[in-house]
Ligand binder design. Structure first.
Ligand code: GLN
Ligand code: ZN
Length: 760
């Protein structure tokens, strides 16, 4: 066990999914009806016990409790205060009701829709969006929560309950408009006060209350609500630590520093001047400095952190607490499980458990001096030096090339009109051309073949021939349906980022780098540790084969630079901008090879384009600038008669429409069904100049759309976009659907296109 220092340390939250995703398997088996609620509880309990144990081992003063959830912490908070829409029936705070909020339910043939999901700030975690109703009273139902707290206090009396703050909860909910949500603040604060009294009775000293919305651009009335709300939930004897993260407080420092609470946590990775915050803090308050990046998988360089902390410590003494910047939920659990990565990488990883060790070292280094942790500092420095020595880490050719990209204006040869004419001459497409987004059903056989190839049970030739069979099959079906622009179906791809990462230099793949995405779902992003380079063509052989099978254009299919970047863990010694340019350069080479091979249409998917947006609007422009440049660089050499498509799904476009237009893709396909073409308004109001394919049916639903459903949508689209620039396609890729749904759906879509063509 590590020695503890006299500096208080804590974490804001910890991964819930457990070792080797134990909770995921337990949840899914329980949902399938294969294991009891007791078995699930037992697994959850052992996950939590391991969390306490890890905190204890590392000498962390306050482990969190209440951050654990069987599904999602926002939904837990909704149940805690009875904020469940009437359609669910019961508001009781039970595990079953939590699962219903997340997964929906079928009651007597009637589907009860689950809560919607939304990205938790700019992380890759998705929370369940609570739906508020004006007549659903705030009613505290805390038994489940208090049980967790009792369990935690038995393990460690200093355990610190974690709560989503009332204003963050209301702000991130829907159902009522902003005023309606804010109107609940008073009653909700009273509910929190009741809960805090219960916690006090259990002997709790500190409670963490998360208000990350303080790092957003908040409307004035929400800012004004903080003071009165926090006055209302004061309970003598309970100390509150108000936490903010994912951004700096900016103009909200004074507000946050002066709220009637006992401590403030700030994200030091996003805050430039720590002393300025310390200066604002009344002298009875604690400042928790989130010094370790709670979302970085990399082992930290502790010495400069200690240097930064030294003056703050001198000023605040025991009023300084140390923590990671945010909950460690956003990290994989334990780098010790990565037994297959090369040592130079393994030694440089810091997942959630390793963060605890680093936190303890920081506390010791600060209170006892650098010498007291010299050994560990040297080890970390040596590990990093070893990583930096790797030849793949820094390639002078890659650097030379990407350094110039930042200074370029990568415009294609011709303007859109000129390109459109060249493309029309080449492809002679009908009005309202039909296409799909890329993937076709990933059948059991396809997955089995991919797996067998990976496990070397299938030779390269066997694998190739089975994939070619699949491509031929997919092309034949599309021709039969009568689509105008075809795709090869993406059978050879497991995942749209991993597939490219595996073929590019600079990427590594973990075994246990799982991070919760939502509910029991986890993602395992690849690690970009070195300079990204393409050593050989990645998709050209498949694309050429697919195109050889048809007279109609078959789109080449790539994942864009921004999406590859944001769906990976990225190295911390280069800017994201620089890494994105490296990926863009690799894709440029690929696109040039595709064009040279006669592929006339190339789609560069960017579903994560919006994900990179900073939390505050004032920071948007620089990001959009480099994101657009990266995309444009990838496609810059495409001759005028090569048609560049892009695809984005489930985005809002209003506020970034200029950047979308600046991408200058010849065709963009987007999701619009769920908004009933409303999303298109952004494009028509802006007079978006290029071609658009609004999704005209929702591929996420199993229902087969009829012509009667599709036709009005296309007519609606025609009101907003001129027919010459309108494409007809589904919302997104079809890989999660079955052929039985896909064929009739696409047939209906093609029939509508043919019918409306005649009218124009
Ligand atoms: N081309 C990809 C597909 O069809 C796009 C996936 C996505 O938008 N996320 O599957
Ligand atoms: Zn999509």
């Amino acid at each position: 066990m590590s020695t503890s220092s006299n500096i208080i340390t804590h974490t804001l939250g910890f991964p819930r999914i457990g070792e080797r995703r134990a909770l995921k398997w337990a949840l899914e088996s329980h949902w399938r009806g294969e294991s009891s609620a007791q078995a699930l509880q037992a697994t959850a309990k052992s996950v939590r016990a391991q969390t306490f144990h890890a905190h204890k081992e590392s000498g962390i003063t306050h482990p969190p409790v209440g951050d654990f959830s069987f599904y999602d912490h926002m939904a837990d908070t909704a149940l805690l205060f009875g904020q469940v829409p009437h359609r669910f029936g019961s508001t009781a705070n039970t595990l079953d009701n939590l699962f219903t909020l997340g997964r929906g339910k079928n009651v007597a043939g009637q589907n009860i829709a689950p809560l919607a999901m939304k990205k938790w700030f700019n992380s890759n975690y998705h929370y369940l969006v609570p739906e508020l109703e004006a007549d659903q009273p705030i009613a505290l139902d805390a038994a489940r929560y208090l049980d967790l707290v009792r369990e935690a206090l038995a393990a460690n009396p200093a355990a610190k309950p974690v709560l989503v703050g009332p204003l963050t909860f209301l702000y991130l909910s829907r159902g009522l408009d902003e005023a309606g949500r804010l109107a609940k603040a008073e009653a909700l604060a009273a509910g929190y006060q009741l809960l805090l009294n219960e916690l006090k009775a259990l002997g709790v000293a500190w409670v963490q209350i998360d208000e990350p919305i303080l790092t957003l651009d908040l409307p004035a009335d929400w800012l004004q609500a903080f003071e009165p709300t926090y006055h209302r939930l004061k309970v003598p004897g309970i100390k509150l630590l108000l936490t903010t993260y994912f951004g700096d407080l900016n103009g909200n420092v004074a507000l946050a520093a002066n709220l009637p609470v006992d401590g403030l946590h700030i994200d030091a990775t996003m805050t430039r001047d720590l002393i300025a915050v310390a200066d604002r803090l009344p002298d009875y308050k604690v400042l928790s400095v989130g010094i370790l990046d709670g979302r970085s998988i990399w082992r930290a360089d502790l010495a400069p952190m200690l240097q930064r902390l030294a003056p703050v410590y001198a000023r605040l003494k025991e009023r300084l607490w140390l923590a990671p910047s945010c909950s460690l939920l956003h990290l994989p659990l334990d780098a010790a499980f990565e037994t297959k990565l090369p040592e130079f990488l393994r030694n440089n990883l810091s997942y959630a458990r390793q963060k605890l060790t680093e936190l303890n070292l920081l506390a010791r280094g600060l209170s006892e001096g650098l010498d007291s942790i010299a050994l560990e500092l040297n080890q970390a420095a040596a590990a990093r030096a070893e990583l930096d020595r790797q030849p793949g880490r820094n390639s002078s050719t890659v650097r030379a090339k990407t350094e110039t990209i930042a200074a370029t204006e990568p415009n294609r040869r011709g303007a859109f009109a000129e390109r459109a004419a060249a493309q029309q001459a080449r492809f002679n497409l009908p009005l309202l051309p039909t296409t799909t987004i890329g993937s076709f059903p990933q059948t059991h056989e396809i997955r089995a073949a991919r797996k067998a190839f990976k496990n070397r049970e299938l030779s390269e030739e066997q694998y190739e021939s089975s994939m070619k069979d699949e491509i031929r099959h997919v092309i034949e079906i599309q021709e039969k349906i009568g689509l105008d622009v075809l795709v090869h179906g993406e059978a050879e791809r497991n995942d749209m980022v991993e597939y490219f990462g595996e073929q590019l230099d600079g990427f590594a793949f973990t075994q246990e780098g799982w991070v919760q995405s939502y509910g029991s779902r986890c993602v395992k992003p690849p690690i970009i540790w070195g300079d990204v380079q393409r050593s050989r063509p990645m998709t050209v052989a498949w694309a050429r084969y697919a195109q050889s099978l048809s007279q109609r254009p078959v789109k080449g299919m790539l994942t864009g630079p921004v999406t590859i970047l944001f769906w990976s863990f990225v190295r911390d010694d280069l800017s994201r901008e620089a890494v994105c340019y490296q990926i863009a350069e690799a894709l440029r080479q690929e696109i040039n090879d595709l064009a040279a091979a006669g592929i006339g249409m190339i789609q560069v998917d960017e579903p994560a384009f919006r994900e990179g947006l900073p939390l505050r609007r004032k920071d948007w422009a620089p990001y959009l600038n480099w994101a657009v440049r990266a995309f444009k660089h990838a496609v810059v050499d495409a001759p005028n008669d090569v048609q560049i498509h892009t695809h984005m799904c489930y985005s809002e476009f209003n506020d970034i429409i200029e950047a979308i237009a600046a991408l200058d893709a010849d065709v963009i396909t987007i999701e619009t069904t769920r908004s009933n073409m409303k999303l298109l308004d952004a494009f028509s109001d802006f007079h978006y100049p290029n071609a658009i394919g609004p999704g005209i049916y929702d591929i996420h639903a199993p229902q087969i759309p009829t012509m009667e459903e599709i036709e009005p949508r296309v007519r609606l689209a025609l009101e907003k976009i001129p027919a010459e620039r309108l494409w007809i396609n589904p919302d997104c890729g079809l890989k999660t659907r079955g052929w039985k749904e896909v064929i009739p759906s696409l047939e209906a879509m093609v029939a509508v296109a043919r019918k409306l063509r005649k009218e124009h």
